[in-house]
Design a protein around this ligand. Structure first.
Ligand code: GLU
Length: 481
């Protein structure tokens, strides 16, 4: 490009995410958005959002909300207000008409029945289904006056169209394989191909980063771009995400909306990092902050083969981010999960208790659902229900140990993890038992479970009065039973 011609590439990098709001923001879409955002940020450019809602029958407000919500949650915020494609129909028609006036497009009066008959013929003779260009060079006369028509692109028939794709490399198609596609339907509405091209141009998009399911569309879109004489964006078609078994990603494999991962208790940074590394790699770096990702991301680092979604890997990353998370933030994220489990709101005092429990709850959790479950003992009401394993621990012989533990704990000076530990150890020593033999029935009495955070942390968290009362409840059971 000569220096005097201003094209979008001179204005700096502009990328966009262009979801069709016909369903939730699925993880493949979220990854596309992330790659677009990282690439734009890496180049000091702009990341834009275009909601492709021209298909009014399939687009819903709920889907638009889910997309915006999911992008917000993952902190994939566009640099400008989203553009709604449906507001631009007049502009799309204007471009179709400009192509018509310039002789790059033509009116096609073929009826639906005629086109169906053509396809039937092609099917019967095992030919590819393509529009045969019957109106391409035909002048329309009076017979066509007032009849409905579509506007079709007069596509170049000779030679080939080549894309130097940043991810896929050089991809070419023979132009003879591309038929004259419809730009504007007979009701005046634009086709997807036209709308995408016009909007990308008007938004000054320099780099189109999207799923490789769009690769074949690109050849057609280039036909429009070239006919208009517009600058061509750089393309990067990212391979699809497949299931762990290599098959197409389905719900069973985890092709869920981003909101489902939030509800399953994943932290946004864990999902972000997982999606980033799904199809893009930088050596064997496992976890990256957003800033590091911006610094390192490149389209060339995106692999050419489909990546496999692995829930186990996501879970283990989530565990990592849970442990790394700031306690106050994590407690705030966890709070609604706990409230859902106990069916009521936490008081501020209880929320503060949850905050203090973070160091004890963090080490083992792989998601917030699990973490909420292990926090339940904090808010349980006496007498605590016992699960089967806990009931087993409170069988024969437990009452004597609990009684001794109750006495020792009641006599403990202060109430810290260290002072309660000293008390419980003294009981074990007196009885000639290993610490675990005393700790297990104690754990069952204090939490109703056989597994919990460290028993001295549990004692400290629930506090002296509540702890002694929970132990006394079990002694009471022993007397009654
Ligand atoms: N709206 C299209 C989709 O959701 C994407 C179009 C594009 O990225 O060019 O699949």
């Amino acid at each position: 490009m000569s220096a005097s011609v201003a094209g979008p590439n001179d204005l700096g990098v502009v990328t966009r995410f262009a979801p069709s709001p016909t369903g939730f923001l699925h993880i493949g879409g979220a990854r596309t958005a992330l790659f677009n955002l990282l690439f734009a940020r890496a180049r000091g450019g702009k990341f834009l959002l275009r909601i492709e809602d021209t298909d009014k029958a399939r687009s819903t407000q709920a889907a638009i909300d889910a997309i915006l919500d999911g992008m917000n949650w993952l902190d994939l915020r566009p640099d400008e207000e989203p553009l709604f494609q449906s507001t631009r129909v007049a502009r799309h028609a204007e471009v179709a008409n400009a192509l018509l006036d310039a002789g790059h497009a033509y009116r096609c009066y073929a009826t639906a029945e005629e086109l169906e008959a053509l396809r039937a013929e092609q099917r019967a003779s095992k030919q590819p289904l393509r529009y045969d260009g019957r109106w391409r060079d035909r002048a329309c006369g009076e017979a066509e006056d007032g009849k409905p028509f579509t506007i079709r692109l007069k596509a170049t028939r000779e030679g080939e169209t080549v894309i130097e794709d940043r991810v896929q490399g050089r991809v070419a198609v023979q132009n003879s394989e591309l038929d004259d596609m419809i730009l504007l339907r007979s009701d005046g509405t634009p086709t997807y191909m036209l709308a995408v091209v016009v909007d990308d141009h008007d938004m000054d998009v320099t780099h189109v980063v999207r799923g490789d399911d769009h690769l074949s569309n690109t050849f057609r879109q280039l036909g429009i771009i070239r006919a208009m004489g517009w600058p061509e964006p750089i393309y990067a078609h990212v391979p699809m995400i497949h299931g762990a078994d290599g098959g197409k990603l389905s719900k069973r494999h985890g092709a869920l909306g981003v909101d489902a991962y939030r509800d399953m208790g994943f932290l946004p940074e864990a999902l972000e990092n997982y999606l980033l590394r799904l199809g893009w790699g930088h050596g064997d770096v496992e976890t990256l902050t957003r800033d590091e990702a911006v610094a390192l991301f490149s389209l060339e680092g995106v692999g050419r083969s489909p990546s496999r979604f692995d829930l186990k890997k996501l879970e283990s990353l989530n565990g990592h981010y849970i442990r790394a998370a700031d306690d106050a933030r994590l407690a705030a994220l966890l709070r609604p999960f706990v409230e859902r489990r106990i069916g009521r709101a936490l008081s501020e005092g209880e929320a503060a208790l949850l905050g203090r429990a973070m160091p004890s709850l963090k080490p083992r959790a792989k998601d917030l659902v699990e973490m909420a479950d292990s926090a339940l003992f904090l808010f349980a009401e006496r007498p605590l229900p016992l699960d089967e394993a806990a009931a087993g621990l409170l069988g024969d012989g437990a009452a004597g140990l609990l009684g001794a533990a109750h006495r020792a704990l009641a006599a403990a000076g202060g109430w810290t993890a260290a002072s309660t530990e000293a008390a419980v150890r003294s009981v074990a020593e007196e009885q000639g038992l290993k610490l675990g033999k005393v700790a297990q029935p104690l754990r069952a009495a204090l939490t109703g479970r056989a597994t919990s955070p460290g028993i001295f942390d549990v004692l400290e968290l629930i506090g002296r009065d509540e702890a002694l009362a929970r132990i006394a409840d079990r002694l009471e059971d022993g007397r009654n039973g």
